[in-house]
Each structure stands twice: as structure tokens, then as C-alpha cells.
Design a protein around this ligand. Structure first.
Ligand code: PGA
Length: 253
């Protein structure tokens, strides 16, 4: 049985005092939730403070990106061990904003995914098509390309540790959510790809999140779909009220 997971991607928002306030509020609101895994991904600059606040709580820490090398002359980059050192358990990789604005390719996402696994960080690997690609009937080709090439060369034991986030680019920050049926169709397709490449057992075990304008009002329906195991939330993760409602709506208790 796959557990539900709700992750908040704070993107480039919140100075440290604001991050502290949000983390404290979420801890207060969500301490009773035990059937949903909760992850927050603040910017690098407030990882340490948020880590201290959520220490030993039911909220886990993630980062939004990292470099694939262990260390070295890579000005401005952050290494996997630095994230581990601050208490991160997760790292978002290949977010569409990184693919789009920072030219991250599947090859780069693949290197980062391998590095995360090597350092015992759970990678949340993002995949998803643009509006143009969807309208051209290429959505499934793009998703297959993202899934297979971002996970290229991983053993099935390694792939088993990966979380996939399906985020249609046209639904991110636009208020346009994929319908639960549209999202379910893609999640089912992704499970099919994993089954083809690895095994049915692995395909059934892997966690696949949906992302793109997830709000308290659409959470229940989305996470109620058979192949949707939770959500990667952007805008609505920036407020205590909306993110805690999303988590509560994903919880069955
Ligand atoms: P959104 O972002 O919820 O603001 O659409 C989702 C994401 O980019 O992870």
C-alpha cells in the first residue's frame, strides 16, 4: 500500500524570518497527521532554521535542487552532502522551471538523481509536458522521454527509491489544474512505463505525485485517483492555512 505524500515547493520565496513563521505554523497545524508524509522544500537560505523547527516532527525537509558532484570548484552550487548535513531527506530534481530557465536536460537530471541516491537523499524527479507539446499530441512522448532518460542506468533497487512528480507545465502557477482524469491517465501511463522497463511490483510500489495548481479545493479529488499518491504544491504551500488544508484533505482520518 503506497502512502500519500504532500510536498511543498516554496521556490524562490520567503526570507528566513518568514520561513520560520511558516514552518512553526505548519508544525502547529499538522502534528496530528500520521497517514500522510509531509515534506517542505524551503530555499537553501532557510534550510537550517526550518530543519531545527521541524526536527523530530512529522514534517520532513527537502531541497529544491543540488549539484551532482560531491564537492569542488562549482561556484554557487550546493553539494548533496551539504543538504544531508542540514537534515534534508528529499531533493526536487528536474523541476520544469529548472529545465526551462536553467537549461537542465534529462542527462543533467539523471546525474543529479544518481548523486542523490548515492547520498541517501530521496529524489523527487519532475516530468511533464508544455502546453505546446500537449496540443501537438506529444505529451506522452515527452513524458516517456523524461521518465526513461532521467532514470537511465538506475538499477530497479535504485528506481524503487525515486519519487516521480508529474507536473504538466501548463498547469504550474497558472490556476489551470489538469482534471483528475487527465492526471490519472498520465500517472497510469507512467506506471506502465515502469512496468515495461522494470517490473509490475516496482511500478505498483513507486510514489507518483501530481503537481500544478493544487489547492485545498481540488486535493481530495486528485489524490483520490488510483495512481495519484499525493501532490507537489507550489503557490498554495506558501501559506499555513492552504498547505495544512491540502495535507488534511489528503489524509483519510
Ligand atoms: P503551483 O506549482 O502549485 O504553484 O502550480 C507547482 C510546482 O511547480 O511544483
Amino acid at each position: 500500500m503506497r502512502r500519500k505524500l504532500i510536498a511543498g515547493n516554496w521556490k524562490m520565496n520567503k526570507i528566513t524570518t518568514e520561513a520560520i513563521e511558516l514552518a512553526n505554523g505548519l508544525k502547529r497545524e499538522l502534528y496530528k497527521i500520521d497517514d500522510v508524509d509531509i515534506v517542505v522544500c524551503p530555499p537553501f537560505t532557510s534550510l537550517e532554521e526550518v530543519s531545527e523547527i521541524i526536527y523530530e516532527s512529522n514534517i520532513k525537509l527537502g531541497a529544491q535542487n543540488m549539484h551532482w558532484e560531491d564537492n569542488g570548484a562549482f561556484t554557487g552550487e550546493i553539494a548533496p552532502a551539504m543538504l544531508k548535513d542540514l537534515g534534508c531527506k528529499f531533493v526536487i530534481l528536474g523541476h520544469s522551471e529548472r529545465r526551462q530557465y536553467f537549461h537542465e536536460t534529462n542527462e543533467i537530471v539523471n546525474k543529479k538523481t544518481k548523486a542523490a541516491l548515492k547520498h541517501n537523499l530521496t529524489p523527487i524527479v519532475c516530468v511533464g509536458e508544455t502546453l505546446q507539446e500537449r496540443e501537438a499530441g506529444k505529451a506522452f512522448d515527452v513524458i516517456q522521454d523524461h521518465v526513461y532518460n532521467s532514470l537511465e542506468g538506475l538499477t530497479s533497487e535504485e528506481t524503487d527509491e525515486v519519487i516521480i512528480a508529474y507536473e504538466p507545465v501548463w498547469a504550474i502557477g497558472t490556476g489551470k489544474t489538469a482534471t483528475p482524469e487527465q492526471a490519472q491517465e498520465v500517472h497510469h501511463f507512467i506506471r506502465g512505463l515502469l512496468k515495461k522497463k522494470y517490473s509490475e511490483e516496482l511500478a505498483e510500489a513507486i510514489i507518483i505525485l501530481y503537481g500544478g495548481s493544487v489547492k485545498p479545493a481540488n486535493t481530495k479529488e486528485l489524490v483520490g485517483q488510483k495512481d495519484i499518491d499525493g501532490a507537489l504544491v507550489g503557490g498554495a504551500s506558501l501559506e499555513i492555512k492552504s498547505f495544512s488544508e491540502i495535507v488534511k484533505n489528503a489524509s483519510i482520518s
